[in-house]
Write a protein that binds this ligand. Structure first.
Ligand SMILES: [Fe+2]
Ligand SMILES: [Fe+2]
Length: 316
C-alpha cells in the first residue's frame, strides 16, 4: 500500500488513495446544496474532504470505514482540504488493514504498561501499593488499547497508558522540586485517576470509541473510579483514611464543577495531580493541532484549548 503522508500534501495536487473515515456529516450550503463533510486520515494525520452533490438519501458511509478516493487538494483558510471527485468503499481485494489507518501512541503498550507497573511496585506504602497494583492488573487487557478520550486528548490507541506514563514521568520530577509532596499518594493518584475510563467508554481493540457506556453517560469516570476504588479497597481491607485520600484525588482531578469535579483539590498531592493532568492533556492537544499545521501559519481553532489558534514556528 502506498503510504499517504497527509501532512505533506501540497495544494493543487491530485490525490488517489485509501483513507479511513474518522468522522463525517451531511451538511447544507447557504444555497441549499447538500454535501458530505468528511474528516479522513491515516496514522500520519487527518484532513478535511468534501463530497459535493451528495445524495439526499441515507448515507452509505460509516465512521471507521476505509474508502478509496480520487480528488484534488486545495487550500481553504490556510488549511488543506480535498475535493472528492470519486469515492468508493474498500473491498477485501484492496487488502487494507485497519491498523494502518489508526493513530496509536508512539510507544509499545507493553512497555508503557511495564513502566507504570514498576512505578506501582515501587510505592512504599503497603496499602497504596496493593490497591494500585490490584486495579492495574485487573485492567491490563483493556489498557493495552484503550484511548484516554473519545475525541480530544489522547484519543488514540494506547492513549490512556501514554497519558498515565507521561504523567508519572512528570510526577517523579515534581517530587524532586516539591519535597513536601507525598510521592506514594501522587503516584497512586496518577495511575488511578482515569482508570475508570475503561468503563466510561466503549472502545474496540483499535482504540476507536463508538460511544459512552450507559454508566459512563450517567456517572462518568470520576464517580465510576471512586466506586472502583471503594469496592476494591474494601475487599483488600485498605484503611478508610487512605481510601478517602485516593477518592478525593480522583474526585477533584478535573478541578472545577463544570468539568465534573464537585470539589476542588484539598491537599497538595490532589492539586498536583490536577495540574499534571492538565499539562499532559494540553501539550498533547497542542502537538496534535500543530502536526496538521504548516510552519509559519496558524492552526484551526482548538476547542479544548479555549478556542485558541496555535502558531507553528518555522524550522530555522
Ligand atoms: Fe479525568
Ligand atoms: Fe487524565
Amino acid at each position: 500500500m502506498k503510504k499517504i503522508y497527509v501532512l505533506d500534501l501540497e495544494s493543487g495536487n491530485d490525490i488517489e488513495d485509501f483513507f479511513m473515515i474518522k468522522s463525517f456529516a451531511l451538511k447544507t450550503t447557504n444555497n441549499n446544496k447538500k454535501y458530505f463533510d468528511f474528516t479522513i486520515g491515516d496514522k500520519t494525520g487527518e484532513i478535511n474532504a468534501k463530497l459535493w452533490d451528495a445524495p439526499e438519501e441515507n448515507s452509505p458511509y460509516e465512521e471507521g470505514q476505509i474508502i478509496k478516493i480520487k480528488g484534488l487538494v486545495s487550500e481553504w483558510n490556510g488549511t488543506n482540504q480535498i475535493k472528492i471527485m470519486k469515492i468508493r468503499t474498500s473491498t477485501d481485494d484492496d487488502q487494507c488493514h485497519l491498523k494502518d489507518y489508526i493513530e496509536a501512541a508512539p510507544e509499545a503498550p507493553e512497555e508503557m504498561y511495564d513502566y507504570i507497573f514498576k512505578k506501582a511496585e515501587n510505592i512504599k506504602d503497603d496499602q497504596l501499593r496493593k490497591i494500585t497494583l490490584e486495579l492495574l492488573k485487573k485492567q491490563e487487557k483493556e489498557l493495552m488499547y484503550y484511548p484516554a478520550a473519545m475525541k480530544n486528548h489522547h484519543s488514540i490507541m494506547g492513549g490512556l497508558l501514554y497519558h498515565i506514563k507521561r504523567m508519572l514521568m512528570l510526577a517523579e520530577n515534581m517530587c524532586l522540586v516539591y519535597t513536601n509532596l507525598r510521592k506514594d499518594y501522587l503516584i497512586c493518584g496518577v495511575i488511578l485517576h482515569d482508570i475508570a475510563k475503561i468503563y466510561e467508554m466503549q472502545s474496540n481493540e483499535l482504540g476507536i470509541v463508538s460511544e459512552y457506556t450507559a454508566e459512563g453517560y450517567l456517572l462518568g469516570h470520576i464517580v465510576q473510579g471512586i466506586k472502583m476504588v471503594e469496592k476494591t479497597g474494601e475487599a483488600l481491607g485498605i484503611n478508610q483514611e487512605k481510601l478517602l485520600m485516593i477518592e478525593h484525588m480522583i474526585l477533584s482531578h478535573h478541578n472545577e464543577p463544570e468539568f465534573g469535579s464537585p470539589k476542588r483539590p484539598m491537599f497538595p498531592e490532589a492539586e498536583m495531580l490536577h495540574y499534571l493532568d492538565q499539562i499532559d492533556a494540553r501539550i498533547y492537544d497542542m502537538e496534535e493541532a500543530l502536526n496538521n499545521t504548516k510552519p509559519g501559519t496558524f492552526s484551526d481553532k482548538v476547542w479544548t484549548l479555549h478556542n485558541r489558534k496555535l502558531y507553528k514556528m518555522n524550522n530555522e
